[in-house]
Design a protein around this ligand. Sequence first.
Ligand code: ADP
Ligand code: MG
Length: 439
Amino acid sequence: MTNELRFDQLQLDPRIVTAVTEAGYVTATPVQAQAIPALLSGADLMVSSRTGSGKTAAFMLPALHRIATQPSTGRGPRMLVLSPTRELANQITEATKKYGRHLKQVRTVSILGGMPYPVQNRMLAKPYDILVATPGRLIDQMEHGRIDLSQLEMLVLDEADRMLDMGFIEDVERIAAATPATRQTLLFSATMDKEIVRLSRDLLRDPVRIEATNIKESHENIDQRLHYVDDMAHKNRLLAHLLTDVDLNQAIIFTATKRDADVLASDLSGMGHAAAALHGDMHQGARNRTLEGLRRGRFRVLVATDVAARGIDVPGISHVINYDLPKMAEDYVHRIGRTGRAGNKGIAISLASGRDALHLQRIERFTGKPIQVHTIEGFEPKRPFRPSRPAPKGGNRHGKPQGAGGARPAGVGARPRTNAAAPWAKVDKSFQSRKRMGG
Ligand code: ADP
Ligand code: MG
């Protein structure tokens, strides 16, 4: 704890330091320690750092400092934070209120899809300083002339990679074009691939680059486990068993589809678990209530799809369970980042059958390391897992054996064709037509 930076060493307004101290923060996280001074100096910034590393305060504290200590130049918001999802936007808004609680004059408005227009229009009619928004609804409100970004001093693109994935690139560019060229621009992204770099060239000037932690090497505090399952029945039995773990405080279970999230949540409720579903088809009010219920501990289990779970920050989540593996490898990293928040330990369990071999391979290639295989007595897979992965070039891709429980089952090679037509492959589609959980 020698060269860690305390918040009172960061030249922030004392009221902000008080608020973060009250929030329980003692020292700045690495990304905060680097970003806050750069932002206070007025630089543009490009940050890639792992989820849970404290990026929100990294941009919000210097922004609040500026808004509180420098007079505004006119009407209209001084800061705009763009977020890919409503959940993330809500979390940013809450964090802003927390960090700015002693700055009574700073007002924050959030403009999200799904919110009733009359409510939104009333909020926009009064003066405010900080606008947190999802791109679609913001464009909509701009087109109606209800938002004037001509006085904007700071533009933040949070989770920019996800905004691009979700097809918001044109919206983001249109929004940026409505802001003054003199603005300070910040871009946060888990990855820095070609598209992000291109976007940053368009929107940022001479950015300071911060790579606090390579996302691929992160998550040391998360114990990642892989359980092989023979079929859906086995998967459901194993899941039911995992949920009996007394060390499981709260869990997010990820499913591939909204429908499966609903069905699994209702099955688990039927088994006596305090479970709820969260996905993009739910109304915003219901999504908010569910998240609030999770935060307050009313739910122990949340069954969610990727989009809805993005950015969720609930400290009580001890376990992430991949009931279905994510389609995109990077989503694996985002999913498991829902646990192990703020330095806690977390457990991420992936359930995989032979059909998942390719997904698994992509995930491991992305994270750069194999997930340790675990078995539980009485729940061992009956058939050997024969991944369809081709033998890696240059020998054993995994390098040395992984130690206890970490070695792959022997027999890596071409998966027999018969496996692809396994009987359970057909019933996989509809959970309801399967044997209900718990029999
Ligand atoms: P990210 O955006 O990088 O995923 P968040 O800004 O959501 O991370 O922060 C993750 C969690 O860490 C939040 O619960 C937040 O309250 C907490 N946190 C942020 N900064 C600190 C700090 N300096 N000390 C302790 N906890 C912090
Ligand atoms: Mg964040």
